[in-house]
Each structure stands twice: as structure tokens, then as C-alpha cells.
Design a protein around this ligand. Structure first.
Ligand code: 13P
Length: 252
């Protein structure tokens, strides 16, 4: 049995004061939701403040990106060891980083291997663009991103990895993928690629999240699918009631 997993990617939203405010409103109720791994991923500036508010709860903390090197002359970047001080999780290869900041399958793979080295749980994002979707290339793109992104990962570490399928056309658009479509990509493309990489038993243990316009109203449709093990949530993770509703849906 895979424990359901719900993560909120706040993206570039909330000042430190606003982050504290949101967590103080949302944290207690969220922490009460049983049998779900729940993770908040605020911007770097707020990690310390949020870490201080999460102490003693079962809520996890994640960063939204990291560099693969341990340290050095990489202005503006954050090293794995710095993230590890506060976080157990790190989002890697989000499509916004691929689109706006030049991330490639190769750099995502370096980051995944750095997460492995430092014992961080990576939430590795894959997903096709609208053009790729319309050209019928979804399976090809998502398979390639999964295989390349996780290349060289130790099968013993692989069960800790979380993969998020986020079709780019569904992110922030309100145009969510149907649950059936997401399930078929999770099963036939992502889990199939994980089987090729790590074998059946390990692949079956890896959580695959859906991301893209998930809300409190549609979350249950996804979680009813056998290969959708949770959600990576953007906009709705900034709304206390919505995010708690999504976690509760995952808990059922
Ligand atoms: P939305 O939930 O706002 O569509 O964002 C999804 C996402 O990109 C989470 O990483």
C-alpha cells in the first residue's frame, strides 16, 4: 500500500509574514488529517519561518528547487545541504523551471542524484506541453522525462522518490486533466517507465502524484484512481480550506 501524498507548491507567492499567517490558519487542521503524507513547499525566504511553525506536527517541508553541487560559486543558488537543514523534500524539474529557467532532463537528473546523495526526498515533475499533447507526443515526452530524470538512481533509494505528472496545459489554467486521462498516463507511461528502471516491486512502491488545477472539488476524482497516489497542488494550496479538503480527500 502506498501512503497518499499531498504537497502544496506555493510557487513565488507569500512574503514571510504572509507565509506565517497561512500556516497558522491552515496548519492545525491539516495536521489532523490522518494517513496522508502532507508537505508544504513555500518559497526559500519562508522555509525557516515555516519550519519553526511546523515543529511537533507531522507536516513536512519542501523546497521548490535546488542546485546539484554541494557548494561553491553559483550565485543565487541553494545547495542540497542547506535545504536539508530544514527540509525533507525538494521539488525538482517543475515545468516552470524547465520553461523559464532552462532546466533540462540532464540537469533534473543531476539534482535527483544530489537529492539521493543528501537523503532528500525529491518530488520529480514530468509532463507534456499543450503542443506536445496535441501532437500526440504525451507518452513519448513523459516516458523520456521519467527515464532521463531518474537515470542512475539506486533502486534502494527509488522507493523514496515521488513523481508528479503535471501536464503543462493543466497548470494554473483551471483546465484540469480528466481523472481517466491522468490515470492512463500514470499507469501506462510513468509506472511503466519506473518498472523498466527499477523492476516491478520497486515501481509499485513509488508514489505518483497528479498536478494541474487540482481543487477541493475535484481531488477525490483523482484519488479514486488506482495509480494516482496524491496531488501536487499549486493555486489551491494557498487557500486553507481548499488544501485541507484536498488532504481529506486523499485520506479517504
Ligand atoms: P495549479 O494547481 O495551480 O494548477 O499548479 C499545479 C502545479 O504546478 C503544482 O506544482
Amino acid at each position: 500500500m502506498r501512503t497518499p501524498f499531498v504537497a502544496g507548491n506555493w510557487k513565488m507567492n507569500k512574503t514571510v509574514a504572509e507565509a506565517r499567517e497561512l500556516v497558522s490558519v491552515m496548519g492545525k487542521e491539516l495536521a489532523k488529517v490522518p494517513n496522508v503524507e502532507k508537505v508544504l513547499c513555500p518559497p526559500f525566504m519562508s522555509l525557516l519561518a515555516v519550519a519553526n511553525l511546523l515543529g511537533g506536527t507531522d507536516l513536512g517541508l519542501g523546497a521548490q528547487n535546488m542546485h546539484w553541487e554541494d557548494k561553491g560559486a553559483y550565485t543565487g543558488e541553494t545547495a542540497p545541504g542547506m535545504i536539508k537543514e530544514f527540509c525533507k523534500y525538494v521539488i525538482l524539474g517543475h515545468s516552470e523551471r524547465r520553461t523559464y529557467f532552462g532546466e533540462t532532463d540532464e540537469t533534473v537528473n543531476k539534482k535527483v542524484l544530489a537529492a539521493q546523495k543528501h537523503g532528500l526526498t525529491p518530488i520529480v515533475c514530468v509532463g507534456e506541453t499543450l503542443a506536445e499533447n496535441e501532437a500526440g507526443k504525451t507518452a513519448e515526452v513523459v516516458r523520456r522525462q521519467t527515464l532521463e530524470g531518474l537515470k542512475g538512481v539506486d533502486p534502494a533509494f527509488a522507493t523514496q522518490i515521488v513523481v508528479a505528472y503535471e501536464p503543462v496545459w493543466a497548470i494554473g489554467t483551471g483546465r484540469a486533466s480528466s481523472a481517466d486521462n491522468a490515470e492512463s498516463v500514470h499507469r501506462d507511461v510513468v509506472r511503466a517507465a519506473l518498472k523498466d528502471l527499477f523492476g516491478s516491486e520497486t515501481a509499485e512502491a513509488i508514489r505518483i502524484l497528479y498536478g494541474g488545477s487540482v481543487t477541493g472539488a475535484n481531488a477525490a476524482d483523482y484519488f479514486n484512481q488506482p495509480n494516482i497516489d496524491g496531488a501536487l497542488v499549486g493555486g489551491a494550496s494557498l487557500k486553507s480550506d481548499d488544501f485541507i479538503a484536498i488532504a481529506r480527500a486523499a485520506s479517504k
